[in-house]
Design a protein around this ligand. Sequence first.
Ligand code: ADP
Length: 373
Amino acid sequence: MFHYMAGWATKIEGNTITLSVPYMPGAGFHAYTLREPIGVIAQIIPWNFPLLMAAWKLAPALATGNTVILKPAEQTPLTALRLAELIAEAGIPDGVVNVLPGYGESAGAALAAHDDVDKVAFTGSTEVGKLIVQAAAGNLKKVTLELGGKSPNIVLDDADPDIAIQGAANAIFFNHGQCCVAGSRLFIQEDRFDQVVEGVAGIARGIKLGPGLEPGTQMGPLVSDEQLQRVTGYLDSGRDEGAHTVVGGSRHGEQGYFVQPTVLIGAHPSTKVVREEIFGPVVVASPFSDLDQIAAEANDTTYGLGAGIWTRDISKAHALASRIRAGTVWINCYNVFDAALPFGGYKQSGWGREMGHEVLEAYTEVKAVCTQL
Ligand code: ADP
């Protein structure tokens, strides 16, 4: 991320613009735009990928000439503090990058509301994203948001089953499902439904849970007791609302915040496990019959962050991709990120984009300079 964004630092450009100004006949003008830093940027990041989120946020802000106050999540401040030491060692002038650990409701809220902060860039829950917007209203600071998701992952009947099954499992179980783009709604075309559900359940059964430092562990605990309660609460609600558990469905062991990788089927589209972001290793699988139906079902969510499509039919893949209302659509892959690929959400998954050249717009103001000759 720092390499890629460092390349942009020398390529921040404006335009020259030819004016007509019809009410000033005969006048000549020289007009151009400048892209300038926004100023002081507050960046508030979550705990699920602590160092990566810091890099995603810091690199573009610095490449465009801003100064930053970065607030890591209260659960995970250490990597950001170490990064700050390295940044100081690398010779970035004092005051350009400031890491401010603290709680969300105190340090985070104060940054979002502060009159001397020119922009707040936030990654976290949609609920807190809405609080950030309200807090930012005081001085109308710029806001970009990367929020939650309930991303559809769609397996068509012509997909390579082995690739789709492995892909669907990775899409939800990577990082214990504590990913904003987790493929948590798995839609499978009818003829393949049993095979794909059984395949993903088989992978779930085989995942070795344990402490992260223990050799052979494939899935560690969730981040906190709060997260454990939240995820197991959703498992209970899924059962209460009529979903059937194919595999998993509860806490793993008595100690630690371990949750079994879980596959649910038969959940009604209106239930909480289908509609709300669980942020744990829990996927809800449903069958579908035709492509028109699936585009509507996939879009039947307040979110719009990611989506996956698994098929060998290139026409169907791109036709469906164009109908999905999400910031990223992966075809025959999932969770592929690159510094050059813009990332962000439609609908309540966010405002603006991170990465790629799109992010430069989120960290610059445009100044139009107009001279009469
Ligand atoms: P999660 O639910 O994944 O913990 P949050 O949205 O609660 O995600 O937290 C993401 C980040 O937002 C963290 O750095 C947290 O401290 C911060 N945060 C939480 N509440 C607020 C708030 N009211 N104002 C500003 N930042 C907040």
